[in-house]
Ligand binder design. Structure first.
Ligand code: GTP
Ligand code: MG
Length: 171
């Protein structure tokens, strides 16, 4: 007995922000510069241990291209957690993240835990467009937790998923 507690998690965000790359970094520990755009959605699983409990993530990695937007509810319905991803080098992707947060908060229950991930922080020195403080302020005002991540270097990727698992256990 004593299997893992299952947790449905959905990744949402504009095309090219690094949703698949974050999922693949977390699940496989690798990164591809030539990661292809997702078609429809991809499904991955990964189990983590938090405070002696096994949490199995069922991860729906959605496609960010606009033509797939109407599919998103199939993936976020029934999810316990969502990661809304933007790219710190793109203000447009940050605006898109706001609209995903709005949609999630309208369409899902109040118990859904939402993380806001500012990805590609490895590019911050040269091409940052979204200030960390601005994103933190937005996250605070909307009851989200915020982290800057890099799927490329792995920075904060474990931390992101571990924090979600901890929040799930607390709920
Ligand atoms: P869709 O599936 O089209 O919605 O895109 P996505 O959000 O899944 O983005 P994807 O993971 O395919 O990454 C898009 C591009 O950004 C790829 O060339 C990745 O290699 C690159 N990329 C992803 N994460 C990072 C990162 O943290 N840093 C850098 N420098 N590049 C990244
Ligand atoms: Mg993808």
């Amino acid at each position: 007995g004593g299997g893992a507690q299952q947790m449905k998690l959905v990744l949402l965000g504009d095309q090219g922000v690094g949703k698949s790359s974050l999922a693949l970094r977390f699940v496989r520990g690798d990164f591809r510069e030539d990661q292809e755009a997702t078609i429809g959605a991809a499904f991955l699983t990964q189990t983590v241990n938090v405070q002696g409990k096994n949490i199995k993530f069922d991860i729906w990695d959605t496609a960010g291209q606009e033509r797939y937007h109407s599919l998103a509810p199939m993936y976020y319905r029934g999810a316990q957690a969502a990661i809304v991803v933007y790219d710190i080098t793109s203000t447009h992707s940050f605006e898109q993240a706001h609209s995903w947060v709005k949609e999630l908060q309208k369409e899902t229950g109040p118990d859904v835990i939402i993380a806001l991930a500012g990805n590609k922080v490895d590019m911050a020195a040269e091409t940052r467009a979204v200030m960390k403080e601005e994103a933190e302020k937005y996250a605070m005002e909307h009851g989200l937790f915020h982290l800057e991540t890099s799927a490329k270097t792995g920075y904060n990727v474990q931390n992101l998923f571990q924090t979600l698992a901890q929040e799930i256990i607390r709920n």
